[in-house]
Design a protein around this ligand. Structure first.
Ligand code: FAD
Ligand code: NAI
Length: 474
């Protein structure tokens, strides 16, 4: 018999599993289907999507291990600690990462049970309208649901003529499972994955060469942050090359050869043991049978939605990486909650203007709101409060004096318009800026709030004071 649900969520990544849990909390009979190849011990697809299986979580685990290794090798001595030359057991590092992924993905199955979400193993594809909703095939079964939330996420974009085998030529999937430190690692794309994975393997001893097609690093970041990041990452030994055009790529069992032209048009060839291709991601809409039911996609192949993630089909919603906006897990989750609440008649919302961006390099990079260059383009005059971590006692104490906080506040109203951080703990520090901006706070509001001493949060506090030219410690 056809199973009937109030809500069917297609895809169990951060967007989908959060939407399903929130929908069940609101009293809906909810199911979530998932069809990825990452099997759990029962042989069922794991929940958690890209983020938990081959994205955020595994990459941060590897970043942590490689950071510790690098500190032990390079930074312990100046604090009087001698440990000799540290060695890295890469298979053990990978096994630890895999264990974290297993625990977290199993945890989501537990959350489904707790919240009474029905898990359906299988690929979801629209069949057509049902009496009061939609008929969807999940694997070989048919399911009916009054509302459908599409959360099918994204996959790595590949380049023509560069086949990815996830052994020698990797996308994000293979990049997180490299089982030995490559002597030389080539990376195409100096975006978020390129910088994070490049950092992992550089810290563990690989020579890392990054080939970027764009003219400079991180064009979406504030100009000062991008400049500082380039300076610091280059000093760390990442070989960053901009304005390149990739030519023929030839892979063998032993390595890969990459022909390219540099920014001046000079022909170059790079021989490496491995190659990571990290040139962005494409939305997953194949196999959804979208065209047959008239689901509208935009020119980039993403499902077209309005501000509330409503598609052109009644009772069909789409969230996360498969729709417009930043491809970030926390954005997908926010949209999942929003849609479940709107279906329940509540005022769900997701403020796309205030989705924080974080890059987990050392130091971390995080920002929210407008950059200085955007404000200039928009003709908005702003005050700038910029404070280096070097002026902060805690930063010196933990051996992390690099970077700064840059706060931008409206010159007329003092409202905070952007906060840009490169420095230790940026991923956590940015939360205070997001909170202040969600409450339409002014730099004076943050300046008048007591921040614990000695903490890194004092750098943000000083930056707020600096907007009014009254920094106390710089
Ligand atoms: P996904 O996580 O892609 O999940 C979609 C799920 O739907 C998948 O499991 C897929 O198998 C399933 N699916 C697809 N089609 C169907 C179908 N027809 N039927 C059934 N199931 C289907 N973001 C951050 O915020 N912070 C980070 O630190 C971060 N690090 C990242 C590191 C890497 C290496 C990568 C690749 C990404 C990273 N991201 C990070 C991005 C983040 O992973 C994504 O933004 C997030 O996973 C998107 O969530 P989603 O639910 O929209 O889609
Ligand atoms: P990206 O969009 O961050 O960077 C891709 C880079 O590749 C860009 O700099 C682009 O100019 C370059 N590029 C594109 N085509 C090229 C070509 N043919 N030759 C050379 N360079 C080329 O994409 P990335 O790094 O693949 O990551 C995908 C997405 O995953 C990110 O945009 C982000 O949404 C998410 N992510 C988020 C993380 C985080 O939040 N910390 C970490 C990793 C990924």
């Amino acid at each position: 018999m056809t199973q009937q649900f109030d809500i069917l969520v297609i895809g169990g990544g951060p967007g989908g599993y959060v939407a399903a849990i929130r929908a069940a909390q609101l009293g809906f009979k909810t199911a979530c289907c998932e069809s990825n190849p990452y099997a759990d011990p029962k042989g069922e697809p794991r929940l958690g999507g890209t983020c938990l299986n081959v994205g955020c979580i595994p990459s941060k685990a590897l970043l942590h291990t490689s950071h510790l290794f690098h500190e032990a090798a390079h930074d312990f001595a100046e604090q009087g600690i001698s440990v000799g030359t540290p060695k890295i057991d890469v298979p053990k590092m990978i096994a630890r990462k895999t264990d974290i992924v297993s625990k977290l993905t199993a945890g989501i199955k537990g959350l489904f049970k707790k919240n009474k979400v029905t898990f359906l193993a299988g690929h979801g594809a629209f069949v057509g309208k049902s009496a009061d909703g939609w008929k969807v095939a999940v694997g070989k079964e048919a399911v009916e649901a009054r509302q459908v939330i599409i959360a099918t996420g994204s996959s790595a974009r590949h380049l023509p003529d560069i086949p990815v085998d996830n052994q020698i030529v990797c996308d994000n999937i293979g990049a997180l499972d490299i089982n030995a430190v490559p002597k030389k690692l080539a990376i195409i794309g100096a975006g978020v994955i390129g910088l994070e994975m490049g950092s992992v393997w550089k810290r563990l001893g690989a020579e890392v060469v990054i080939l970027e097609g764009g003219a400079d690093l991180l064009p979406a970041a504030d100009i000062d942050i991008a400049k500082e990041a380039k300076k610091i990452l280059t000093k760390q030994g990442l070989d960053l090359n901009f304005g390149v055009r990739i030519g023929a790529v030839k892979a063998s069992k032993k390595g890969v050869s990459i022909a390219y032209t540099d920014k001046d048009g000079k022909a170059e060839k790079l021989e490496a043991d491995r190659l990571i291709v990290s040139v962005g991601r494409v939305p997953n809409t194949e196999g959804l049978n979208a065209a047959a039911v008239g689901l509208k996609l935009n020119e980039r192949g993403m499902i077209e939605v309005d501000a509330h993630c409503k598609t052109n089909l009644s009772g069909v919603w789409a969230i996360g990486d498969v729709v417009r906006g930043p491809m970030l897990a926390h954005k997908a989750m926010e949209e999942g909650v929003m849609v479940a609440e709107i279906i329940a008649g509540q005022a769900g919302h997701c403020n796309l203007d205030l989705i924080p961006s974080v890059i987990y390099t050392t130091p971390e990079i995080a920002w929210i709101g407008k950059t200085e260059q955007q404000l200039k383009t928009d003709g908005i005059a702003c005050k700038i409060g910029k404070i280096p971590f070097m002026a902060n006692g805690r930063a010196l104490g933990i051996g992390a004096p690099e970077g700064f906080v840059k706060m931008l506040a409206d010159a007329r109203t003092d409202r905070i318009l952007g906060v840009h951080i490169i420095g230790a703990g940026a991923s956590d520090l940015i939360a205070e800026a997001v909170t202040a901006m969600e409450f339409a706070g002014a730099s004076e509001d943050l300046a008048r709030i007591c921040h614990a001493h000695p903490t890194l949060s004092e750098v943000l506090h000083e930056a707020a004071l600096a907007c009014d030219k009254r920094a106390l410690h710089f």
